[in-house]
Design a protein around this ligand. Sequence first.
Ligand code: HEM
Ligand code: NAG
Ligand code: NAG
Ligand code: NAG
Ligand code: NAG
Ligand code: NAG
Ligand code: NAG
Ligand code: NAG
Length: 319
Amino acid sequence: MATPVMLRFVGVVVLATLVITATGCKLSPSHYQSTCPKALAIVRDGVAKAIKNETRMGASLLRLHFHDCFVNGCDASILLDDTPSFVGEKTAAPNNNSVRGFEVIDNIKASLEKACPGVVSCADIIALAARDSVVYLGGPSWNVSLGRRDSTTASRSLANTSIPPPTSNLSALITSFSAQGLSVKNMVALSGSHTIGLSRCTSFRGRIYNDSNIDASFARKLRMKCPTSGNDNVLQRLDIQTPTLFDNFYYKNLLQKKGLLHSDQELFNGSSVGSLVKKYACDSSAFFQDFARAMIKMSKIRPPKGSNGQIRKNCRKVN
Ligand code: HEM
Ligand SMILES: *[C@@H]1O[C@H](CO)[C@@H](O)[C@H](O)[C@H]1NC(C)=O
Ligand SMILES: *[C@@H]1O[C@H](CO)[C@@H](O)[C@H](O)[C@H]1NC(C)=O
Ligand SMILES: *[C@@H]1O[C@H](CO)[C@@H](O)[C@H](O)[C@H]1NC(C)=O
Ligand SMILES: *[C@@H]1O[C@H](CO)[C@@H](O)[C@H](O)[C@H]1NC(C)=O
Ligand SMILES: *[C@@H]1O[C@H](CO)[C@@H](O)[C@H](O)[C@H]1NC(C)=O
Ligand SMILES: *[C@@H]1O[C@H](CO)[C@@H](O)[C@H](O)[C@H]1NC(C)=O
Ligand SMILES: *[C@@H]1O[C@H](CO)[C@@H](O)[C@H](O)[C@H]1NC(C)=O
């Protein structure tokens, strides 16, 4: 028979364990289970609503996570607005007029603040929204470890230099991902994100006018839409075939020299990395598995944990 004293003791131990998990230094999928049980459903609903309104938003939310994680870790630094006394990452070269989804994160954060004030970090919202977007568009699922905290700083110069530009060659791509602890295989799998979403002419003009490893009729059509000057912000599909489906057509396109970005086609241009591209083009479940693994790894890049950083109340500014 358990006595009331014993029960109380057990209760204290359980509570203590919960507190340790909640403030601990290891991310865990069950981080909000007791402190905000509806958190995952709230994010998922917010993402579904946003993608129903505009399909591209799924791609934009996935990219937001990438651009957050590559600059000082997955800490929601990308969400901080510029002010007269603060320079953030939104206007960094890879982000300005390009990264989107901020209003979607704001809406989800507002719902979470109503349900459980001050509990769910903006960095965790981005990580969950990226996963939920991929699932919504037909891609693989994975469990997102949670407990990231939000930064109180941002770095425009690091955003300029840490996020690889679309003019990158293969060795630059490998170096950039390796600096984040990501392997060549991780890099090739994560690049499969370009199976969804859109790119501006300015991001691939050099490729369609100057590259030799491009399908001729593909290049011709793109040159009509993106003249040598002007139309900088006109949008084209990263995956010409199924731009709103998370599938392996990105890799199939590369085999036909129909990668949109110079950096995309670098993955299939005679190097040994090409064998991975072939594998993912033929085996979508291998791609899904490696993609999910790589996303989990990317989402764990140096987030603030424990007592570092804070849980922002408004994702756009520090508390
Ligand atoms: C391998 C190096 C990478 C380079 C050089 C690169 C570059 C780019 C560029 C230039 C664009 C178009 C942006 C514009 O014109 O506004 C883009 C779009 C996109 N990127 Fe990447 N990217 C890379 C890796 C990744 C990774 C790792 C992810 C996600 C895990 C990702 C997800 C996306 C998505 C989903 C879009 C479409 C966004 C939208 O439609 O709003 N990219 N990328
Ligand atoms: C729906 O998407 C459009 C762009 O297609 C955007 O302007 C609008 O703000 C979005 N509305 C909501 C409620 O998200
Ligand atoms: C960002 O883009 C806007 C145009 O929308 C431009 O006025 C501004 O100068 C750009 N900022 C930077 C830092 O390049
Ligand atoms: C997520 O974790 C749960 C519980 O550990 C497990 O049953 C499930 O298969 C996992 N889901 C994925 C997609 O890995
Ligand atoms: C980052 O790039 C932007 C846009 O190209 C440029 O205006 C800015 O000076 C750069 N900032 C830093 C701190 O490197
Ligand atoms: C790749 O790009 C880097 C950085 O722009 C450059 O230093 C290097 O020479 C290039 N490598 C090759 C093989 O072209
Ligand atoms: C193509 O390459 C030439 C020669 O290097 C350069 O002058 C031109 O600006 C490039 N075109 C584009 C659209 O990048
Ligand atoms: C791709 O490979 C070809 C043949 O090895 C080479 O000439 C070319 O410079 C490489 N890159 C591009 C963008 O064409």
